[in-house]
Design a protein around this ligand. Sequence first.
Ligand SMILES: Nc1ncnc2c1ncn2[C@@H]1O[C@H](COP(=O)(O)OP(=O)(O)OP(=O)(O)O)[C@@H](O)[C@H]1O
Length: 379
Amino acid sequence: MSLQYLIEKGTEYAHKAVAADKKGDYETAIKYYKAAIDLFLKYLKLYPDSSMSEFYRGLIIKYKSRIKVLEKHIEKIGIGGDGNRSGAEDIEILTPNIRANRKTFKDIVDLEKVKRALKRAVIYPVKDPKLYPLGWPKGILLFGPPGCGKTLVAYALANEINATLINVSPATIMSKWLGEAEKNVAKVFRKAREIAGKGSPVIIFIDEVDGLLQEYGEEVGGEKRVRNQFLMEMDGLKEKENNKLLVFVVGTTNKPWKLDIGFIRRFEKRIYVPPPDKRVRKQLFKFYIEQLKEAYEIGEIDYGELAELTEGYSSADIYSIVKETQSNLAEEFLEKHNGEKIRPITTEDFIEVIKSRKPSIDKNLLQAYKVWEEKHGTY
Ligand SMILES: Nc1ncnc2c1ncn2[C@@H]1O[C@H](COP(=O)(O)OP(=O)(O)OP(=O)(O)O)[C@@H](O)[C@H]1O
């Protein structure tokens, strides 16, 4: 092989590798980096003392280290090999008739302020768009501590307006789709406009929206492109031809302070979904314990005490406490009573479970939510 061939072909492969790398097609990039390295190594073997050998040695080191970064990245996100990154299968499109979760606002304990804000922002405009010549909000951000109902609220909202819900996972967008991520953001919005164009409201639901801004892997940097695409798409919803479409973007986050101002602004309504206070915890216990009546006799329950003992527990914690109590009772019934009539449930049954669990809400974080709400909350 001639010197010229090795250099020319090696350089050609190197160019292809860099182009694929930039596009985010990391598997192709690795293939070409390896091919370039192979030829440059041959060149060094044949012409070790050439004036350019230092330069090519440097390139080989650089490409090898880049391959390592990319391989690590691909391994971490587990896409290697199949080359199938259309992403279509990662967008869940849930039409009202196939949605398993059929909960509506009735199934949500309290959160009255949140429900009212969503009625004003979404439900009423859908009911009678003619009443809104100036348009309506397109982006709604639900923020607050984990397990206090953000996802529940988003699904219930979709059910309230019979919307098609497009469920997008930022973690999937950012990692699995790699270089395709921003194209898939565009695809999601295109699909939403298409469905809404046929007259049905659409909610693009982005759980943990802050994940769109997160960096995945060294030097990969796709989050900036995704962010910009997302902002562009959100703006697009306000353009004249889309303004009357019933497309809403509902994002949730536990870490609103991670969002930058451009991002925050696109969500016109920013609604705090707070943890349950004592009054609401009492209601939550009633709500869930009531459902045990189907199978068990309920004795005197001191709901006030249960609420008192669960300061710092999220709504999901309370649900889980009642569920665990149910498991204990079922076990007792099946193991000890051998099918006999079971004793009534008491407050103690719940207290026993509460004692075995820690509250999941961090007090310091609550202060941070309050501060963020004061600065950015809009209802
Ligand atoms: N207000 C509520 N009324 C009744 N149940 C609730 C309420 N809030 C939360 N729950 C229960 O807690 C579960 C978890 O809530 P959800 O997933 O909506 O919380 P989240 O705020 O989205 O949490 P994360 O930030 O971890 O995703 C719900 O599926 C539901 O069982």
